[in-house]
Design a protein. Structure first.
Length: 124
């Protein structure tokens, strides 16, 4: 039982580290002019229909919010999502850490897109 509790806390720590790392890299890319918009990731509830055997029991969504000051088109949201989903290492890390849903939203409006992460894992 204690091993399970220790594993749970280690996963929490790794999830927090991933969020901090993503947000730091996104902030630096925006400041340097590499990225046209500022992105910020946080944990969300996720989509219960996307659950898999490693899904976190409470918060399984990885939500990225794009700060643009205007409404994003579906095409722009999909481009951000595809950029994340094309990073095989990031997708695998998200799944291993209990995420099952990728959500992309803008800072204006309530439209967004979501993807089932396990569908984008490159397995042999």
């Amino acid at each position: 039982m204690w091993n399970r509790i220790a594993e749970w806390f280690r996963d929490r720590s790794e999830r927090t580290q991933l969020l901090r790392s993503f947000n730091s890299a996104a902030r630096e890319a925006f400041v340097a002019g590499i990225a046209p918009t500022l992105l910020r990731a946080k944990v969300s509830k996720g989509c219960s229909g996307y659950r898999h055997q490693f899904s976190d029991w409470l918060k399984s969504g990885f939500r990225i919010q794009a700060f643009t000051g205007c409404r994003l088109t579906k095409f722009e949201i999909v481009i951000i999502g595809e950029t994340v989903l094309n990073d095989d290492v990031l997708v695998r890390r998200l799944v291993v850490l209990g995420f099952d849903t990728l959500e992309i939203h803008g800072d204006v409006g309530d439209y967004g897109c979501r993807w089932q992460l396990k569908d984008y894992m490159q397995l042999n």
